[in-house]
Design a binder for this molecule. Structure first.
Ligand SMILES: [Zn+2]
Length: 403
């Protein structure tokens, strides 16, 4: 369990990308070996109660420290909670899920795209939406933190929503689309020859742009397909999704959609790629807080990307192509823009949605796990790992936040 902190006064340093060691931007709150877990999630509940009590005291009473001989009081405000979906569901006792009456924890409204009963993606079951997204029974301790009882405080993570969610599906559906439209037919006309051609061009683009991709070839089974009758999915590598989207954007720059067999698909694909890439270009260019003027552009590109995905799904469906599968994450993607849009109406600086991404947090947890694996301390393991981590903090802070 960790909390993302403020790394000094230079807000541009936290644009979500790991530019500094993650130990300088995160605090380890606690840890527990899996073998210590009590039954029925009692351990997690106990830890959350302690965390909620600490955060409430930090909000109400603050923390007094001595800085350069002067006593200063700092207060901490809770902005939101992030994590992967199973964690958020457990931490907040969320009842909302794809098969529940309340599908989305952020809204109870009807879906924003038209899905008929014949659509392979399932429809929302929200004829009688539940009034709130929480399970009955004792509420999650996190809801007792000042500002914590809003479903909007449960932040959708950009990495899980896009890079290893709809973005992965989109990027590899786009590669298959271009293969089907003979865009990559230098080596031959079979699907694998076209994928080989696409990969070689991708690898060349990565080389030219000094990028490192983890994927080493394009093959149907890497996209979780055995034939073109299955929907492609992302490879599970968040970084690769971003690279493929950037490369495809470069490939389609300057092409004339009218030169292809399905010009409307080409045109929408080109437009959707531009919007997804611009969304990320803008948020990565900003710090912790974005000016409203930038946030408004981010919102437009976010909405347009989601709309483009839905339009491609519809066109693919009309042609009987198994591409661009509609998943609940597309709905969550649109919420990221609606949340930003709402923030733009009442504040001059909007919290960068990259703060809700879990990229650096997963890196940080990995480092703490490595510390734990190197120690053989029996029942003292928690104490020893905490001590080692505090020593690491001391070192990084003394070195002046060096990467
Ligand atoms: Zn919703």
């Amino acid at each position: 369990m960790n909390s993302t902190g403020w790394p000094g006064t230079d807000s541009r340093r936290v644009g979500g990308k790991v530019q500094m060691n993650s130990f300088t931007t995160r605090l380890l709150y606690t840890l527990m070996p899996a073998t210590w877990y009590a039954r029925k999630d009692a351990s997690i509940r106990g830890l959350l109660q302690a965390l909620a009590a600490d955060l409430t005291a930090l909000f109400e009473e603050g923390l007094t420290v001595t800085v350069a001989g002067q006593r200063k009081q700092f207060f901490v405000a809770f902005l939101g909670c992030k994590g992967d979906w199973p964690w958020l569901r457990k931490a907040y006792n969320l009842a909302s899920c794809f098969t529940s009456r309340r599908v989305c924890h952020l809204c109870s409204g009807s879906e924003w795209w038209n899905m008929t009963s014949s659509c392979e993606a399932r429809d929302w079951r929200n004829a009688e939406p539940a009034p709130h997204p929480y399970k009955a029974g004792t509420p999650s301790p996190l809801r007792s933190i000042p500002g914590g009882d809003r479903p909007s405080a449960i932040k959708p993570d950009l990495m899980h929503t896009f890079n290893i969610g709809i973005g992965g599906d989109f990027a590899f559906s786009a590669v298959i689309t271009l293969c089907c439209l003979s865009f990559f037919d230098d080596y031959g006309s079979t699907i694998q020859k076209r994928l080989d051609c696409a990969y070689d061009r991708f690898a060349q683009w990565c080389f030219d742009n000094h990028k490192n991709a983890q994927i080493k070839s394009f093959e149907l089974n890497k996209f979780h397909m055995t034939s073109l009758k299955q929907y492609p999915r992302g490879t599970g590598r968040a970084h690769d999704t971003g690279l493929v989207c950037k490369w495809l954007n470069a490939e389609l720059q300057g092409i004339v959609p009218g030169d292809f067999e399905h010009p409307n698909i080409m045109e929408i694909l080109q437009w959707t790629l531009q919007n997804f890439n611009m969304f990320y270009h803008l948020v990565h260019g900003e710090g912790l807080w974005m000016p409203v003027s930038v946030a408004q552009r981010v919102v437009q590109h976010g909405f347009a990307g989601g709309e483009g995905f839905a339009a491609l799904a519809s066109l693919a469906k009309q042609r009987g192509w198994h591409l661009y599968k509609l998943r609940p994450k597309l709905h969550i993607w649109v919420h990221i823009s609606t949340m930003l849009e709402k923030d733009c109406t009442w504040t001059s600086k909007v919290l960068n949605p990259l703060c809700w991404g879990c990229w650096s947090d997963e890196d940080y947890i990995g480092k703490c796990c490595r510390v734990a694996r190197r120690l053989n301390a029996g029942s003292l393991i928690v104490h020893r790992v905490m001590t080692r981590c505090l020593m690491k903090y001391k070192r990084y802070f003394e070195e002046g936040f060096k990467p």
